[in-house]
Design a protein around this ligand. Sequence first.
Ligand SMILES: [Zn+2]
Length: 261
Amino acid sequence: MSLTASEVLLQELGVTDPEEIDAEAVAWHVGITVKYRSLDGCEARILGYGNKAVVTVHSDRPEPRQRFSLAHELGHWHHHRGRAFICRSEEIGGQGVKRPEVEKVADAYAANLLMPWYLFSPQALAIKRPTFGEIRNLASIFKTSFTATAIRYVESNASPVMIVCHGRNGRKWFKRSRDIPERWFPRDDLDADSYAFDVLFGDRGEHAPALIDASAWFNRHEADRYEVREQTISIGSGEILTLLHISDEEMLAEISNQKGW
Ligand SMILES: [Zn+2]
């Protein structure tokens, strides 16, 4: 995998450990002054003039969110220099398909800066059995939010997993690792047999990892033959996140046989 722009920058700064990833130092390196203020109606903004810019980050947020917002604005500086941005909460780290392309590009830069592959992949590959506990551990190593870290873990393709976010009105978004073919598409609505259903509509905040028939999650007729490992947690605002780990060897064999279709 070739290095991304933010990885090149981190390597210029000699970063060899997740602890050394300092978004403020990166900002200084590229001529940006960072301010923290209580902002009304947005998470962060950037105003540039010539080779300098000022980024203001909403101070009334958890630290991982502030770091991601700063890194997102650095992404705007790298990709969209000369333009001012006022970024609202749903534009930074959101998963909505309707988000403008410039916001997705800035998010990708932020993820590459805070969780660069050359440091993230070895940690992801060291995980033997993926769970949200392991993802929480990665989030604390990289000082990133739980959801952003979970997405990054899936993108790392370290193991065959999918994360699915549901609200009370159905599925909101999902991500699957590259090794899971596109035809394995999660059902639109939660199956009442899934553990996720209990978390979304019951009063438990999470359900520990447990095997479940794959047909609870996938409409394909072959799904009857397999089990997947499901773990679900509530992430607030009436939303839940489910981690599906394909641990069934026969299912993995079927998936890998038909890869490249
Ligand atoms: Zn933005």
